[in-house]
Design a protein around this ligand. Structure first.
Ligand SMILES: [Zn+2]
Ligand SMILES: [Zn+2]
Length: 362
């Protein structure tokens, strides 16, 4: 591939620029050069966008993963991220394929191509399904047909984790108390349900100063009516998500089912239904609620066999239900034998605690 040149600055964990001068770098498909730091593409797990900056997850020689935060000058960030992910995903898929063929399992790894970010998605040891999850852009892709443009924007909300259409929001409030004055500012990416809550909070803050009131009122309107204007396939998703968060289980599930009938296979919606059943009662949900949630999550994995969110939610549900057989089958299919041992240990402790809830203190 052609070399992509760019200019960048390092960013610290708090999102502050740490270098005064702009530095130079390039990416040629094999190495990402950031000033005098050379990162081979085989060490990069992925590059993700984080509020306008780029988060690079890099594996070091010992195998531990570290994050680097970078700001790219101009509009280069998206192009660099995509080029890095396309090369890094192909390198990772190749490495896994070599690993499996060395063990004699030629067809252990199949790959899909993400139509949204063009990354290679390796699916290791899992069944074929109607959808595939892309860990590079965090979307769920419906395979075998033209990708829906709207689905490209759907992913878990960074705050509430519900499958939604998160959008960038800027909140601003100014205050002045005779001689004291100042302002608050926040830039976040939220789903509509979170945006509704947040926009009311900021509207309240703006009552102190009135300067930002029109802007805050516009954000409230955007939080309520933005989705209706832009969404068709997933119309009603924000309303169902709001209900799930308010524990209005029946109304939330009704909303999700309507979307599900409209769009067909959709693992993200089924994970939201499981969330509505369990949340915020996780830990208190009775066995029948746990079983209902397990059925939704199993269905989500039938729609999208590599959907890691469904997998990560389903394992603790099996632990609570003490379903050793299904837990073992699931963890084994995902190649997580260490996690299985931890789960079995946790189940043993739960059983012992149930037998003797008040152990004698020594
Ligand atoms: Zn993708
Ligand atoms: Zn949210």
């Amino acid at each position: 591939m052609d070399r992509t040149d760019f200019q960048f600055k390092w960013i610290d964990d708090e999102g502050r620029v740490t270098s005064f001068l702009v530095k130079r770098g390039w990416f040629d498909g094999e190495t990402l050069m950031l000033a005098d730091v050379a990162i081979p593409v085989s060490s990069i797990l992925r590059a993700q966008e984080h509020l306008g900056n780029t988060l690079l997850s890099v594996v070091d020689a010992e195998g531990s993963v570290g994050d680097l935060l970078v700001w790219f000058r101009g509009a280069r960030g998206a192009a660099v991220r995509q080029a890095v992910n396309v090369a890094a995903s192909a390198a990772w898929a190749d490495a896994r394929r070599r690993e499996f063929s060395a063990e004699g399992h030629e067809d252990g790894v199949r790959t899909e191509s993400c139509p949204y970010c063009l990354a290679t998605i390796p699916v290791v040891g899992l069944a074929r399904s109607a959808q595939v999850y892309c860990p590079y852009c965090d979307t769920v892709v419906t395979a075998g047909r033209d990708p829906h443009e709207e689905d490209r924007h759907l992913r878990p909300c960074g705050r509430c984790t519900l499958y939604a259409r998160p959008t960038d929001c800027t909140f601003f409030a100014a205050y002045y108390l005779v001689v004291i004055y100042g302002y608050w500012f926040e830039r976040v990416r939220l789903c509509r349900a979170c945006m509704r809550e947040e926009s009311w909070r900021w509207l309240g803050l703006n009552l102190l100063g009135l300067v930002g009131l029109p802007f805050a009122a516009w954000q409230v309107g955007r939080a309520y009516f933005g989705e209706r204007l832009s969404s068709t396939r997933f119309a009603g998703l924000a309303a169902a998500n709001s209900r799930a968060r308010k524990r209005e289980l029946e109304k939330a599930v009704r909303g999700y089912r309507e979307i599900q009938h409209r769009v067909g296979p959709c693992a993200g919606i089924k994970v939201n239904i499981a969330y509505a059943i369990l949340h915020p009662r996780t830990g208190f949900a009775d066995d029948s609620a746990q079983r209902e949630a397990a059925a939704e999550l199993e269905d989500a994995l039938r729609d999208c066999s590599n959907y890691v969110r469904a997998y990560e939610m389903l394992c603790p549900v099996y632990v609570r239900l003490a379903d050793v057989e299904r837990l073992t089958k699931l963890r084994t299919a995902w190649g997580d034998s260490d996690a299985l041992e931890t789960d079995l240990e946790r189940m043993k402790t739960r059983r012992a605690r149930a037998r003797n809830p008040y152990p004698r203190l020594h």
